[in-house]
Design a protein around this ligand. Structure first.
Ligand SMILES: O=C(O)C1=C[C@@H](OP(=O)(O)O)[C@@H](O)[C@H](O)C1
Ligand SMILES: C=C(OP(=O)(O)O)C(=O)O
Length: 432
């Protein structure tokens, strides 16, 4: 597998265009497939996870044209999917698996979803439980509440579900199933997770509302839906991908970078709040709004960072950025405490463990906790051999850490960045 050597550097300059948001790209294919008419998608993320979503819908009879400029999904309406001939390959993608479990639960055919070793070890009980309450027939083939998942036809009922976790994947699975239910469905989560499904469903014509309740919980309601209607979608750049270059600009000496076209939806932009709380010099320019999704260019300059505490409702707004934040914390003055982030344990790897191992190998002072980590900053980072464990977020966060280390760093299995950011290393080389 591919190893990549990263040498230290300073003075990152120029403009970087951020590729499309992974969450929004997945949803645009799914809703496009279920809508009547065509959905045209520009700035679609051609990462492996989103290609898994495309492959699954093609296997269910949806024509999806890919040109360099755009993706065109030829939707067949709410009941237009056909039975796949084979197991649906969801690759490494939790989003594909969990969102599709909601859609497949409502189809009049049987399907099986399976992915790679990492995906097939991630918890699926969180979608099996509510979908079963709705009347779905969904089983874990190996009886371990993980994929492969077998989904047989069922009649769905509306439910009021209170989710124990703030998870957009769980919320979205239930809302998508709710489109097919015989009554209204609601999902309440402990804090608001990314709301791309709610925004996009509304623009496709679904009757959906959402509110943040006085106690900080959040509830989304969806009504049964006759049809959705195809839309044009311009996907904003992925803030989770932008985070690597924002961090690179902050941490390397004498840098000034313009990170362009970043989605700054409040339910995703906790990373920017943390940057500001750590003393970062970042400025938003060219702010705009399209399809309910706000976006901006972000000007980043080298900054002296200090420690911070990250917890509570902020966590779901930056969950995928935590490995990168941990690296920033190691380079900052003082202590950073990350808590309420036990969800890190059920991502592509246990990211509390993998972040701890990688940061320690570079000489940082990090203590893992049950729901996060404590980092004492201010120790110089050394070049090291980093095992990515095939987790794209770990590979990218530590490629950025390597830029300000005092020797060369090797990232093992670096090709895993293809999952969410295939051009990552090319772009990194381009701004050095
Ligand atoms: O809905 C989505 O697109 C996602 C939700 C998050 O997962 P959870 O819902 O499990 O928190 C996130 O970690 C993942 O990268 C994408
Ligand atoms: C957790 C992630 O994705 P997914 O859950 O879709 O695999 C991620 O991209 O960091």
């Amino acid at each position: 597998m591919s190893d990549r050597i990263i040498c230290p550097c300073k003075g990152l300059h120029g403009e970087i265009m951020i590729p499309g948001d992974k969450s929004i790209s997945h949803r645009s294919i799914m809703l496009g497939a279920l809508a009547l008419g065509t959905t045209e998608i520009t700035n679609f993320l051609e990462g492996a996870d989103c290609l898994s979503t495309i492959g699954c819908f093609q296997s269910m009879g949806i024509q999806i044209d890919r040109t360099p400029e755009k993706i065109i999904v030829h939707g067949k309406g709410m009941h237009g999917l056909s039975a796949p001939k084979d197991i649906l390959n969801v690759g490494n993608s939790g989003t594909t698996t969990r969102l599709m479990s909601g859609i497949l639960s409502a189809q009049d055919f049987t399907s099986v979803m399976s992915g790679d070793a990492s995906l097939n070890s991630r918890p699926m009980g969180r979608v099996i439980t509510p979908l079963t309450q709705m009347g779905a027939h969904i089983t874990s083939v190996n009886g371990d509440l993980c994929a492969p998942l077998k989904i047989e036809p069922g009649m769905l009922h509306g439910i009021d579900y209170t989710s124990p976790v703030a998870s957009a994947q769980v919320k979205s699975a239930i809302l998508l199933a709710g489109l097919y239910a015989d009554g209204e469905t609601s999902v309440t989560e402990p804090a608001l997770s990314r709301n791309h499904t709610e925004l996009m469903l509304k623009s496709f014509g679904a009757d959906i509302t959402s509110t943040v309740n006085p106690d900080g919980t959040a509830t989304a309601h969806v009504k049964p839906c006759q049809e959705l209607y195809g839309q044009s979608i311009c996907v904003p750049g992925d803030i989770s991908s932008a985070a690597y270059f924002i961090a690179a600009g902050l941490l390397t000496l004498d840098s000034e970078l313009l990170v362009k076209n970043v989605g700054i939806n409040k339910t995703r932009a906790g990373f920017l709040e943390v940057c500001r709380n750590m003393g970062a010099d970042i400025t938003l320019v060219n702010e705009s709004l399209e399809g309910g999704e706000p976006r901006a260019d972000i000007l980043v300059r080298t900054s002296k960072l200090h420690g911070t505490t990250i917890e509570g409702a902020l966590i779901p707004t930056l969950i995928d950025e935590i490995p990168m934040i941990a690296v920033m914390a190691a380079c900052a003055e003082g202590t950073t405490i990350i808590k309420d982030a036990a969800e890190l344990k059920v991502k592509e790897t246990n990211r509390i463990d993998t972040t701890t191992e990688a940061l320690r190998s570079m000489g940082a002072d990090i203590t893992p906790t049950d729901d996060g980590m404590i980092i004492q900053g201010g120790h110089a980072l050394h070049g090291a051999k980093i095992n990515s464990y095939l987790d794209h977020r770990i590979a990218m966060a530590f490629a950025i850490a390597a830029l300000s280390a005092d020797g060369d760093t090797i990232i093992h299995d670096s090709q895993c960045v293809d999952v969410s950011y295939p051009e990552f290393f090319e772009i990194l080389d381009g701004c050095r």
